[in-house]
Ligand binder design. Structure first.
Ligand SMILES: Cc1cc2nc3c(=O)[nH]c(=O)nc-3n(C[C@H](O)[C@H](O)[C@H](O)COP(=O)(O)OP(=O)(O)OC[C@H]3O[C@@H](n4cnc5c(N)ncnc54)[C@H](O)[C@@H]3O)c2cc1C
Length: 413
């Protein structure tokens, strides 16, 4: 990328390389079929083709490229989780984001401006100390800051001194940031397609054929496709998709909403989040205020947004930054999130041979796009689950070896 900048920086004939080649006709068989052309499916295809020499890959999507949660999320990237296993995994994710524009030769606009989570109670502060200790032990950037520290990092914040929601301190994570979500998906797609991976949009998987305990094929609205190996990366539809192969995942689906305001000049230079208010904010590169919070309180397969949630998010945002009351909302939207009981993903083997799971990404999977893609590609190419993924196995629920990340996930994603 640096060389290209030098070579083409002042010229008008920069060759367009971001295009995705036209999709060829669907073949009757592939070595690998990936269900879901979201960030995860596309990243896996990229790593399979670039690092493992596996090119006979089809990525199938019932809709369009990155039309699921990949382009609906609020782009928080961070590694300040609670469990050592979670931190190790997401830390690798952040490292891969740092090099992603280079890796994909595509500017994903990774902006590492840090994340600040507010504590409004002594109990929250105590939990921050625990997270900071664990995080430091695992080698990530993380520290607890006092009120002065919060004010220095976020001078526009309403500290609410003496009020019901006084900010007592914060958890500062300088490694946190954002990236442009559709650029991530398109970057992976373009790289994979250039190496022979076929991306078939409007191709819905309606059944998965299993015989003798092994996956045989997927059935689509465009016909049957035999497959040596199949990976499920269907976002909010992961539970339903796994069930097609007879695998019941411990997943329940809830809508998650977010909204953006009209753009304003840059003023919020970090990602901020309040656990007690269930509200987080980030200013996009266009200047919009992106505002999100917790999931809807009921299970539903719907991407409709609600007035209730709009009011709740607006209330939280205006409490933290009262001057935001002057901004107009531009858009509000929702995605269907596949939530696990411990707020950690399910990755690796399934009970069906040759069927791989990249599921349970709930409200937190965008940040994991590169590391999940890279490590799932390793699973498919070698037939072995790398150590870093082993704690996320489906069978952890049988062993009661849960990885509880609820406290680090609920309001920050
Ligand atoms: C409002 C919101 C905010 C979020 N904020 C964050 C955040 O700040 N940080 C973060 O890390 N995460 C966040 N997330 C979560 C994150 O978006 C997801 O975990 C992540 O995008 C999952 O990526 P994926 O590729 O697995 O799934 P998706 O991007 O959902 O892709 C799955 C694909 O599977 C396809 N599919 C489904 N069924 C079929 C079928 N039968 N046949 C073929 N294809 C099928 C879909 O069309 C879709 O394109 C947020 C989510 C939402 C909804």
């Amino acid at each position: 990328m640096v060389l290209r900048l030098l070579k083409y920086g002042l010229r008008s004939d920069y060759p367009v390389t971001g295009d995705i080649p036209v999709t060829p006709t669907l073949k009757p068989a592939y070595d690998v079929v990936i269900i879901g052309a979201g960030g995860h499916g596309l990243a896996c295809a990229h790593y399979l083709s670039k690092y493992h020499g596996i090119h006979d890959v089809a990525v199938l999507d019932k809709g369009w490229l990155a039309g699921g949660n990949t382009a609906r999320n609020t782009t928080t990237i961070r590694s300040n989780y609670i469990t050592p296993q979670g931190i190790a995994f997401y830390k690798e994710g952040v490292t891969l984001y740092e090099a992603m524009s280079e890796e994909l030769d595509f500017n994903v606009m990774f902006s590492q401006r840090g994340q600040l989570t507010f504590a409004h109670s002594e109990a929250t502060l105590r939990s921050f100390h625990l997270r900071a200790e664990t995080g430091r032990h695992m080698g990530i950037g993380i520290e607890v800051v006092d009120q002065k520290g919060v004010e220095a990092l976020c001078p526009h914040l309403n500290m609410d001194y003496g009020g019901a929601l006084e900010v007592l301190g914060g958890l500062w994570h300088p490694d946190g940031g954002t990236a442009r979500h559709d650029a991530v998906a398109w970057g992976y797609a373009a790289q994979a397609a250039r190496r022979g991976v076929e991306i078939h949009q409007r191709t819905e998987v309606t059944a998965i054929e299993v015989a003798g305990g092994r996956v045989q094929a997927v059935v689509t609205n465009r016909g049957r496709i035999a497959a040596g190996q199949v990976m499920i990366a269907c976002g909010g539809m992961n539970y339903d998709m796994a069930l097609k192969a007879g695998v019941e995942l411990p997943i329940r689906c809830y809508p998650l909403q977010a909204m953006v305001t009209q753009p304003v000049k840059p003023w919020l230079h970090t990602l901020v989040s309040s656990v007690s208010l269930h509200t987080y904010l980030v200013q996009s590169s266009r200047g919009e205020m992106v505002i999100g919070g917790g999931s809807d309180p009921y299970q539903l397969y719907s991407t409709r947004s609600t007035l209730d949630m709009k009011e709740h998010l607006a209330e939280g945002a205006v409490h933290l930054f009262p001057f935001l009351k002057n901004l107009r909302l531009l858009r509000q939207w929702a995605g269907i999130t596949d939530m696990t009981p411990d707020y950690s993903p399910i990755m690796g083997e399934s009970p069906v041979d040759g069927l791989w799971l990249d599921c349970g990404w709930g409200t937190w999977g965008f940040k994991a796009t590169p590391v999940a893609g890279k490590r799932m590609a390793e699973c498919i190419a070698t037939g072995r689950v790398p150590e870093i993924l082993q704690p996320f196995a489906l069978e952890r629920f049988e062993r009661f070896a849960l990885l509880n990340e609820m406290g680090a996930t609920a309001a920050s994603h």
